[in-house]
Ligand binder design. Structure first.
Ligand SMILES: CSC[C@H]1O[C@H](OP(=O)(O)O)[C@H](O)[C@@H]1O
Length: 355
């Protein structure tokens, strides 16, 4: 059973510290929005849908804290929005973070006439819904996406778009799980994904834990395996998809997409509709997070580069739509003409609840 990286039990949000995997499986307890914001910022929890879910629980904790104070409604809503902004400021690229917080703020406004404790209880239930819906969405995405994979083949994936990056089951890895559950013989090649090592530390751990055949390679080996004819398809997740189908994802995704096209290998993106940002015409406006240079110069406490060396550490890149063979969502698959097809998929009825 694929892991759920975020649990909500007895009013406590429990998250596995993904910075310590695979060496240590440590679950940390969170009871307030400030601590959850720090967990998102420091990547205790990471992955576009997962940080949206974590932020939703953070907003629920903020509501509970405000509901215990004797505040006028307008002031309570104002402070709630401020605390949601603090959560929104944690990481700029994954649009799921902002999608989840906007959903919480809409409910907060719509239910502001309720007694404060009932208001906060409704927001806690909404956060739990966002969490529970995500796994259902991933399973539906998996069903749509697995049809694109052959009965037998090797699929390369970059970063971790698995259960660890979501509310469970995964997006890209959810497609792989669904294909295997459909009886297909899929083995996975996971590249290490420097500098945060999501592939080596997280995807390899997650798939091995679930008994799925996975081979770890260095990032610079993907082209060689493609040249040898050992990769049949590539599938990755996404952090933000613009209206024309440009895809922001972990740094290195663009390089893999170019290699895939050069070798005639299909390059698939799996993402829930909460990752699609129709407000952006193309990927040029997607904010790209730059992270701590120490992620590049160190591996744990081991220094990998001379002190004082200049470092550039963008955490994401943008793959142009022309390199994307298909975009798999929970309500269907878009191919080519993404501007039209993504708009059509976004207009379909919710799969569950609000999404
Ligand atoms: C299922 S979305 C996962 C997506 O998020 C990752 O970024 P990060 O680990 O920095 O949060 C990466 O881009 C994955 O593809």
């Amino acid at each position: 059973m694929a892991i759920k990286p975020i649990l909500f039990e007895d009013g406590i949000c429990r998250m596995i510290d993904q910075r310590l995997l695979p060496a240590e499986e440590l679950w940390r307890d969170y009871r307030d929005d400030g601590a959850i914001a720090e967990a998102i910022r420091t990547m205790v929890v990471r992955g576009a849908p997962a940080i949206g879910i974590a932020a939703a629980y953070g907003a629920a904790f903020a509501a509970a804290a405000l509901a215990s104070q004797s505040l006028p409604v307008a002031e309570r809503l104002h402070q709630f929005r401020q605390r949601c902004q603090h959560l929104a400021a944690t990481r700029p690229t994954a649009v799921n973070l902002f999608w989840a917080l906007a959903r919480m703020e809409r409910l907060a406004e719509a239910t502001s006439a309720l007694a404060p404790l009932d208001w906060a209880a409704g927001l806690r239930q909404e956060a739990c819904r966002i969490d529970a819906e995500d796994e259902l969405i991933n399973r539906a995405m998996g069903r749509h996406g697995q049809a694109l994979l052959s009965q037998q083949g090797t699929v390369l994936t970059h970063c971790n778009a698995g259960a660890l990056a979501t509310g469970g089951y995964g997006t890209a890895l959810g497609v792989i799980r669904a294909a295997i559950e459909a009886g297909k013989q899929i083995d996975v090649v996971a590249d290490e994904t420097r500098p945060f090592w999501q592939g080596a530390r997280l995807t390899a751990w997650e798939l091995q834990r679930d008994g799925i055949d996975v081979t770890l390679i260095c990032d610079n080996m993907a082209g060689y395996l493609m040249q040898q004819g050992r990769i049949d398809a590539v599938i990755v997740g996404a952090d933000r998809i613009s209206a024309n189908g440009d895809v922001a994802n972990k740094i290195g995704t663009y390089s893999v997409a170019v290699l895939a096209q050069a070798h005639g290998i299909p390059f698939y993106v799996a993402a829930p509709r909460s990752t699609i940002d129709l407000s952006l015409a193309d990927g040029s406006a997607i904010p790209i997070e730059e992270r701590d240079p120490r992620e590049v110069t160190h591996c744990g406490n081991q220094q990998l580069a001379p002190a004082g060396v200049a470092v550039y550490n963008p955490a994401f890149d943008v793959t142009p739509a022309r390199l994307v063979s298909a975009i798999i969502t929970e309500v269907g698959v878009a191919r080519a003409d993404y501007r039209t097809q993504l708009a059509e998929l976004m207009a379909r009825p919710p799969l569950c609840g609000h999404v």
